[in-house]
Design a protein around this ligand. Structure first.
Ligand code: SF4
Length: 91
């Protein structure tokens, strides 16, 4: 996660966390059988532009968070929301 001063906390845009990424194997490719395919309508069936390096964000403008990351974001947003006011007055 990135946290800049005065800004909200948000996870990095890693290609591995993209909603449109489909990881599969092609056993015909003996040297590198691992495929990272894009399923976005614009790039459908082409290789994902990546990169798939730890903590290096993608520059892909089509990137969207996958379900797992979206869930993490929702939890983080919920935790960072201001606490609701509680009635502490006594008589
Ligand atoms: S090319 Fe872009 S939209 Fe497609 S899987 Fe990779 S990051 Fe996602």
């Amino acid at each position: 996660m990135i946290k800049a001063m005065g800004q909200e906390t948000f996870p990095k845009r890693l290609a591995v966390d993209c909603l449109w990424l489909r990881r599969t194997l092609d056993t015909k490719r003996t040297e590198d059988p691992f495929l990272m395919l894009c399923t976005h309508i614009v790039r459908d069936g082409h290789d994902c532009i990546g990169p798939f390096l730890e903590n290096i964000e993608t520059s892909c403008q089509l990137w969207e968070p996958n379900e797992r990351l979206a869930s993490q974001r929702a939890k983080a947003d919920k935790q960072s929301a201001p606490a609701s006011e509680t009635n502490t007055t006594s008589t």
